[in-house]
Design a protein around this ligand. Structure first.
Ligand SMILES: *[C@@H]1O[C@H](CO)[C@@H](O)[C@H](O)[C@H]1NC(C)=O
Ligand SMILES: *[C@@H]1O[C@H](CO)[C@@H](O)[C@H](O)[C@H]1NC(C)=O
Ligand SMILES: *[C@@H]1O[C@H](CO)[C@@H](O)[C@H](O)[C@H]1NC(C)=O
Length: 396
């Protein structure tokens, strides 16, 4: 045979094998085959865990499938590592327990140590938070854990899309030590007065993209904790809620950095804060830095504190307010931010006395306060302003 032709045929057959493998059908593990019953009564955690274990072991693409129906589910941990790409397809409604005996554990549905996971399907996680919120005593300083609805721990190269989370008892989603995770077209909701129901809390993670997500909740819509880099939030709606926050940072004895954050093309409506960076005035903390953040193209509608750097963050007076934060904030751009503020103080840049903020930029700001009046205030900030400035900038 002509060697060129032989080579061609070899390539062709390798190619066909690859195509055959990648188009190989996803093996489906339906929770109903494992005894799950979606009758809004039966407890289903054993069936879910067995279906997950078999899907995880399966060599190749596979999915756990949850058909329509309402499935009661105690707290479960679904562990990897698994063989190949895994899906968790929620068509139905998963309902968390409403008995106090099941409350004081920090998680409801947890995925751990998994690569290539996709959670989707159009279904709902119902956290039944109203049954547990009265047990939240965090304001008094004795904070027993309540279940986070969905936890991802050590999960890489994954995606959560097209699901809803309703009335979580604690945070809706929590990502810890995750890399390259996309969250898209997700709807999170809980009442404005529900305690600690952050939408998405991310810590010690990298390359997380949150896109086209709608968050209406009682605490931060997104909170970006210590140890994060490359967290990008786009086309997201927040309200009610406490805004999109970086922090709180600088309370503990471990060094805490947050770098490369962006919030672009987002809307805030009726929220406590818009975009916020908060650090504790704790002089004994180990320090760290918050740098390279971009906030661009953001609409604020009736927001109490639209632009807020708060290095005197001290909820419930749990610190010495005369202290000075050891977190160094730098390279922050607030650009094209417009709309209405419910308070006069539309722009507040309160930086640390011992570690002043530097390279802070305000570009094209157009925020209107009550009665058309608004102001900006700066302390310990170095930076510049450009373009339109309403309120007049407190930076030179
Ligand atoms: C995810 O990535 C991190 C950092 O690259 C790695 O340490 C961790 O083991 C990975 N997780 C899994 C489940 O492979
Ligand atoms: C934000 O919106 C603008 C204008 O609609 C668009 O050009 C840009 O690509 C968007 N950016 C992102 C990151 O979605
Ligand atoms: C911040 O951005 C600058 C300019 O792009 C880059 O040189 C620097 O390494 C970044 N800092 C961090 C900690 O990523």
């Amino acid at each position: 045979m002509n060697p060129r032709l032989a080579l061609g045929i070899t390539f062709l057959s390798i190619f066909s094998v690859l195509v055959a493998c990648s188009s190989h059908k996803t093996k489906v593990f339906n929770v109903k085959k494992y005894g799950a019953v979606g009758n809004n009564k039966t407890e289903n955690s054993k069936a879910f865990m067995k279906a997950w274990a078999d899907s995880c072991k399966w060599r190749g693409k596979s999915s756990v499938f949850i058909p329509k129906g309402t499935y009661h589910l105690e707290s479960i941990v679904l562990k990897g590592p698994c063989n190949g790409r895994k899906e968790f397809v929620i068509k139905g409604m998963l309902r968390s327990p409403n008995q106090p005996s099941s409350f004081f554990i920090g998680h409801w549905i947890t995925f751990q140590n998994i690569n290539n996971l996709r959670i989707h399907g159009g279904g709902t996680l119902d956290g039944q938070g109203a049954s547990a919120w009265p047990y939240n005593k965090c304001k008094t300083g004795s904070c027993k854990p309540l279940p986070v609805s969905l936890r991802l721990d050590f999960v890489n190269d994954s995606e959560i899309s097209d699901i809803k989370s309703l009335n979580s008892k604690n945070f809706h989603f929590n990502l810890f030590a995750c890399n390259r995770v996309k969250i898209r077209r997700v709807t999170l909701s809980a009442p404005a007065d529900s305690p600690n129901t952050d939408g998405i809390h991310v810590s010690s993670s990298g390359n997380i993209n949150i896109d086209k997500t709608v968050i209406s909740t009682g605490d931060d819509c997104v909170s970006i904790g210590p140890g994060n880099r490359d967290i990008h939030i786009t086309n997201t709606f927040c309200g009610p809620g406490h805004g999109i926050s970086v922090g709180s940072m600088g309370k503990s004895g471990t060094k805490e950095d947050v770098t490369s954050i962006s919030v672009v093309n987002c809307t805030f409506r009726g929220t406590l804060n818009g975009v916020q960076i908060k650090t504790w005035p704790e002089p004994k903390a180990a320090g760290g830095y918050a740098t390279n953040f971009t906030y661009d193209n953001i609409l604020m509608e009736n927001v109490d504190n639209p632009i807020f750097i708060n290095q005197q963050y001290c909820p419930f007076n749990l610190c010495n307010p005369q202290g000075s934060s050891k977190i160094q904030i730098s390279n922050i751009i607030f650009r094209n931010i417009w709309g209405t503020s419910t308070t006069k103080d539309a722009v507040k840049l309160k930086c640390s006395k011992s570690n002043p903020c530097h390279n802070i930029a305000l570009e094209n700001i157009n925020l209107i306060g009550p009665g058309g009046v608004a102001s900006s205030s700066c302390s310990n900030v170095h930076g510049r302003s450009r373009g339109r400035q309403k309120p007049p900038s407190c930076l030179s």
